[in-house]
Design a protein around this ligand. Structure first.
Ligand code: PEP
Length: 251
């Protein structure tokens, strides 16, 4: 069966001491119990990875929020998948809409990132999702299909089974607007069908597809109830351990 995952994307928030405190709070709260079969992942800033790893000590997954397209070299300011893995992370978010929008990350670049993440034994959490204009024009499925097809180009089935997909409608990220359960299910089912057509039914049924976009304790249950929604990529609400765990407990 595919995994249920609730991942917290801290974005560019928290000082090191605040981040370590938040990790401690998440760990302590998680120890009180989470539904069986649900995995937690946190994605702090790069600077916090090694310290957060020491606190989590393997009980909660650790993710970076981005990685470079190369392993090493003259790329000032970049952080490679190899470095991220050496800091103890097991996951990396790739293609978040903020990276696509503000840093102009292209599909070709994201495809390289997915490949280099896999080569370094990191699980890519590959993000896709349409903006408001694309939703209103009714072209959201084509947009998401393109993002996925280009992002995973060249991946064998063995590679692809290690990838997690996060569907994050851009119009719902950080806006307080959430996709309705029906809109989320429609897109998750569409993505699963797409994976089936690109690989096969077994691979499609094994792929975890997370929802992201203003998910919070008050709406997580109705979103997670959908058969093709396997969890969430949580932004704002993951900065509060209580809210983050309440979302995980919505399963
Ligand atoms: C995100 O950025 O991945 C996200 C889903 O953010 P928020 O939950 O704040 O909308």
């Amino acid at each position: 069966m595919r995994r249920k995952i609730v991942a917290g994307n801290w974005k560019m928030n928290t000082s090191l001491s605040e981040g370590l405190k938040l990790a401690e709070e998440v760990k302590n709260d998680a120890e009180k119990g989470i539904p069986e079969g649900v995995s937690l992942v946190v994605a702090p800033p790069f600077t916090h990875l090694a310290g957060v790893k020491e606190i989590l000590a393997g009980s909660i997954g650790l993710s970076a929020q981005n990685c470079a397209t190369d392993d090493s070299g003259a790329f000032t300011g970049e952080v490679s998948a190899k470095m991220i893995a050496s800091a103890g992370a097991e996951y990396v978010i790739i293609g978040h809409s903020e990276r696509r929008m503000f840093f102009r990350e292209s599909d070709t670049e994201l495809n390289k990132k997915v490949k280099i993440a896999l080569a370094n034994d990191l699980t890519p959490i590959f993000c896709c999702g349409e903006n408001l204009h694309e939703r209103e024009k009714g072209i959201y499925k084509e947009i998401v299909r393109n993002q996925i097809e280009l992002g995973i180009t060249g991946l064998t089935e063995d590679d692809f089974v290690k990838v997690i997909i996060a569907y994050e409608p851009v119009w719902a990220i950080g806006t307080g607007k959430t996709a309705t359960p029906g809109q989320a299910q429609e897109m998750h089912a569409f993505i699963r069908d797409l994976i089936k057509s690109l690989y096969n039914a077994e691979t499609a049924s094994m792929t975890s597809i997370l929802y992201g976009g203003s998910c919070k304790p008050s709406n997580a249950r109705e979103i997670f109830e959908n058969s093709d929604v396997d969890g969430g990529l949580i932004g704002g609400a993951s900065l509060n351990a209580g809210d983050f765990l309440a979302i995980a407990r919505s399963f």
